[in-house]
Design a protein around this ligand. Sequence first.
Ligand SMILES: [Zn+2]
Length: 411
Amino acid sequence: MSSLFIKNVNILNPFSDEILDERNVFIKGNKIESVGVNETTLVGSYKVIDGQDAFLLPGFIDSHAHIMANGFHKAETMKNPLALHFYRALDNMKATLNAGVTSIRDCGLADIGVKMAQERGMLRSPRLNISVQPLSITGGHFDFHLNSGFDMEIRYPGFPSGVCDGVEGVLKKTRQVIRAQADFIKIMASGGVLSAYSSPENPQFNSKELAAIVNEAKANDLNVVAHCHSLKGMNNCIKAGVKSIEHGTFIDRKTAQAIAKKRIYLTPTLVVHHTLIEEGFPSWDNFAKERLKKLEEVVKIQKENISIAYEEGVRFLMGSDCGVIDHGRNLGELKYLVDIGMEPIEAIEAGTIRGARFFKQDDRLGSIEEGKLADLIMVKGNPVDDISILADNDNIKKVVLDGKLVKDKLI
Ligand SMILES: [Zn+2]
């Protein structure tokens, strides 16, 4: 059993912006054995890490990423052999760990085989909570048909297609996704900013379909997470009982109040849109020009609306939508959460313990406490003073995942 002793480190937990300075942390196997221990009491062999001037935080939980995706490039899906789809994800996983993210709520495409490989230590990846395949209506945000009539949805045994319609259809699809071992049900409840044939303003799935999905998920003790820009769509989702709304672009004050009251989470994924505007759309995108115009409008509206939602007491989760943008940009989201009104420590909370609570994993993840799993990052600089420190992966000096040092740079 490997052991790590991190000495003289400043601990920053998501519960308070007060730094616990010059603490010692002992990690035995994959667990945090003790915090504040004196080295002289330790027995056995262990690796020592000097944490002088560094800050130790829990590993981050990105509540919206697509570890298997690299820009949802339809022409690539058409050309690439299926095996490449999997092997290419290894770099995505590495980039995500390198950024200090040790858990992901995968909002579509990672399957049970990928999760099993992670759990068995066959590949180096953040922990995965998976939705397998998002549910989408015909012609909706995750219907990958081209105008040519060809379907670019990735398909293989054990990985269900996501398109479904009508109460019977969505019920069966929900059951298929549950059979495929989903940890939560992801649905597309509006069009997307980047989807060519559907509008983000319009809802997708009707109220009866939404109710059927949520009831079936609940019967299996699973939460429903809804991609939704549309105001009408969000209100449909609230009524149906979804647990988390993604993007939330056109949210208004009244809807925000309802979301806050029902304790529904909002994952605004602000970094994805900013990054696409700042760095441009991928060169393969034929619609880049039209989409950029649409996106610039959306970003402006979203910032105002999400700020209102924050004022109304909505609880946010940190999610980056990496997979649409490059993997490893995950913690860029924190800065935008601070921009809409959060204190840095609350943005950190949204990216750690809250993400763990969503899956009732807060007894073992999301903070630095004795007995919890050793998912930790060591950072140069105090993120409470400047949250953007965390967006620069060069400042993430060390990453510990399940007790193992998976990034080890000099402080
Ligand atoms: Zn997404």
